[in-house]
Design a protein around this ligand. Structure first.
Ligand code: NAD
Ligand code: UGA
Length: 447
């Protein structure tokens, strides 16, 4: 099937390349010429495992290309997928890019008799596709409402795992408003053997937000209880969580009496809070929609306020240990909001480094791939931070080493000269046993 994708960010580019690798013919469109030419030169502008190889193969077999010419892409395709950014601005969903893309599609339809299925993949609040997008296309097309269909296909991929998540999804949610687009969606995802949930577009939109809110809720609830466990002492919150997940409502007992280890146990770890381009913005956006509809949205308030305070755990615990943090040499390991990505949006390391600077520490920071983005995009006063690519050498000068992102390479820390130093393993990458002669802190456990 001939498909176009608008937006070549994490979602647009990964979707385009994966759809092409499954046999579709795909054109990706972006207003950013630099991204377009880098993609056509087979250099992905984002860091994702497996993406360079897959991009090279679909470009070489002519199943995929990028362009900045929207008309060319719309002439080419039977369905267009919108995957532009939907940021949260001042706590509210900002539909500027989405409405712009919808109006551009409408303007195109105004000049042709072609029918297009328009499928929203960006994360948008319930009612956006069937009200806002419909209206934007209808107006710009001069009222050609029978010339387009509407679909909503939310994306659940995680950065750092994007290709694998897209190719092996837990389920595919297919929302549609007209039969033709429902059928188009079925054909797009025919090569996928996952559970498929067919619903209307506003249900599809709500599934996406509910999914992110439930995950963010689990993280904030775990962090809040983990802070209490650490205060009381003698409790490791990971033991608590293992005990909880043996309840058969979380982890069913099979007929033969056995169980599988619940996936959530590999995901949920007490830490300095969630970041990234999705959880913080999505919880805020749907909370604002609730408020606009006269609802209090107290649980969502709680998720966000626990998360807002959570990075303070690091400085609070360090300060209590040292008495004062002023003048202490701190080595901060990890700037990305999670491993396997160079994305620093809303990273907990932003708040942690701001606080460490406010406490007048001497800060040295490392990340395998996200340093450049951190300097450009974090908003932190980075002129007072020393960035290093040789973190192992810096260990010798540090009074405390803080692991803020679960990068595998930091597992080498116990083999270095850490005796007598403080190790704050904020992501629980390692364990107290790895540091017999250091002072070891983590979140949710008092050692
Ligand atoms: P992004 O900011 O990385 O990329 C968006 C791209 O769209 C940019 O390259 C921008 O130049 C382009 N663009 C904007 N307006 C355009 C237009 N009119 N025409 C052509 N190109 C245009 O965004 P992203 O991280 O890929 O997220 C996209 C959407 O997917 C968001 O709604 C996000 O919430 C959702 N989402 C993201 C993830 C993730 O892990 N990043 C996962 C699931 C869902
Ligand atoms: C998240 C969801 O997991 C995806 O399903 C969804 O598609 C995506 O948001 C989205 O809507 O864009 P992502 O943000 O890439 O994906 O990463 P996660 O692995 O979920 O981690 C999010 C943040 O939560 C990270 O900062 C991570 O460090 C943090 N986290 C995770 C915790 O602080 N504690 C935990 O126990 C687990």
């Amino acid at each position: 099937m001939k498909l176009s994708v608008i937006g070549t960010g994490y979602v647009g580019l990964v979707s385009g390349v994966c759809l092409a690798s499954k046999g579709h013919d795909v054109i990706c469109v972006d207003v950013n010429e630099e991204k377009v030419s880098s993609i056509n030169n087979r250099n992905p502008p984002i860091h994702e495992e497996g993406l360079p190889e897959l991009l090279r193969s679909v470009v070489d077999t002519r199943k995929f290309r990028a362009t900045s010419n929207l008309t060319e892409a719309l002439d080419f395709c039977e369905a267009v997928i919108i995957a532009v950014g939907t940021p949260t601005t001042d706590g509210k969903l900002d539909l500027t890019y989405l409405v712009q893309a919808a109006r551009q599609i409408g303007a195109y339809l105004n000049s042709t008799n072609k029918f297009l299925s328009v499928i929203v993949k960006s994360t948008v609040l319930p009612t956006t596709t069937d009200v806002v997008v419909r209206q934007a296309i209808a107006e710009a097309s001069g009222g050609k409402t029978s010339q387009f269909g509407l679909g909503m296909n939310p994306e659940f991929l995680r950065e750092g795992n994007a290709i694998s998540d897209f190719n092996f999804p837990d389920r595919i949610v297919l929302g549609f408003e007209d039969f033709k687009t429902g059928e188009v969606l079925s054909r797009i995802y025919e090569p996928w053997n996952a559970d498929k949930v067919f619903v209307n577009t506003r249900t599809a939109e709500m599934i996406k937000y509910a999914n992110n809110c439930f995950l963010a809720l689990q993280i904030s609830a775990a962090n809040e209880l983990a802070n209490l466990a650490a205060k009381l002492g003698g409790i490791d919150f990971m033991d608590v969580f293992r005990g909880v997940t043996l309840d058969k409502r979380w982890n069913p007992i099979r007929n033969d009496g056995s169980r599988t280890e619940p996936e959530i146990l590999t995901y949920l770890v007490p830490g300095p809070g969630f970041g990234g381009s999705c959880f913080p913005k999505d919880v805020q956006a749907i909370r604002a929609q609730g408020h606009d509809n006269g609802l209090p949205m107290e649980i969502l308030d709680g998720i966000l306020s626990v998360n807002e305070r959570q990075p303070e755990q690091v400085t609070k615990i360090l300060e209590a240990h040292f008495g004062t943090l002023s003048g202490k040499n701190i080595l901060l390991l990890g700037l990305a909001f999670k491993p396997q990505t160079d994305d620093v949006r809303e990273s907990a390391s932003i708040r942690i480094s701001e606080e460490l600077l406010a406490y007048k520490t001497i800060l040295v920071a490392h990340d395998p791939i996200a340093t450049e983005n951190f300097i450009k995009l974090s908003g932190v006063q980075t002129s007072t931070i020393k960035f290093t690519q040789d973190w192992k050498t810096e260990v010798a000068n540090a009074d405390a080493i803080v692991i803020a992102t679960r990068w595998e390479e930091y597992k080498a820390l116990p083999g270095l000269k850490v005796a007598g130093k403080v190790v704050f393993d904020a992501r629980r990458l390692l364990s107290p046993k790895d540091f017999p002669s250091s002072t070891y802190f983590s979140i949710g456990r008092r050692v």
